[in-house]
Design a protein around this ligand. Sequence first.
Ligand code: ADP
Ligand code: MG
Length: 219
Amino acid sequence: MLHMENVTVTFQDGEERLTALDNVSFEATPGHLTFIVGESGSGKSTLLSAAAGLLTPDSGTVLIDDEPVSTRVRLEKIGMIFQQANLLGALNVRDQLLVTDHIRGVKPRRDRADELLATVGLEGLGDRKMQQLSGGQRQRVGIARALMGEPSLILADEPTAALDSERSHEIVALLRTLVEDRGIACGFVTHETELISSSDEVVRVADGKVTAAEAAIAA
Ligand code: ADP
Ligand code: MG
């Protein structure tokens, strides 16, 4: 699981220092989607970057399964999903997953890749080029890729922002099932509060501060 306590992140902004996260505490617990909602510029992506150890906070602690986040912890325990799926155009669908084995320095697990593609509804599409997939299918590849390392935490930054409403709901439903089944914690940044259901957790970010949101906004 993810546990963040009193995390402050500042950026140099010309002459001034901008406080992007202001003494934030946040938790994502296994088996649930934890939605992070808030206006553009409120600090949502900074929160995920700090959770992933992609930036070092000015102060505060970030623990993944009780261990301080680091590059090693990120590779071993965190799967990331982005708005544009961040997939490599030259690689076929299966290779999008196998590249993460390469990064981890383990032998390419072709069978695991094909199994995960089937899990996300892309059975038999491993040899396809990315250009031959729809937006929703590409995001499914992104989800399968995030699962390759058997993560205990998934961090998703507006993964449905480029999809229509029906596809967005499908992607969220898929992720919800996967994290429930596998006991994965998941921080999910979105603008679209209609994606949230009563089984999900919700926090709101405003001006770099996290406030517990009224549960289940759209339930
Ligand atoms: P959100 O994801 O909610 O739209 P961000 O976390 O991206 O918001 O940004 C929060 C604030 O921090 C914004 O004011 C943004 O301009 C600023 N910020 C984010 N990243 C950087 C950076 N690398 N350098 C300077 N300012 C940044
Ligand atoms: Mg953002």
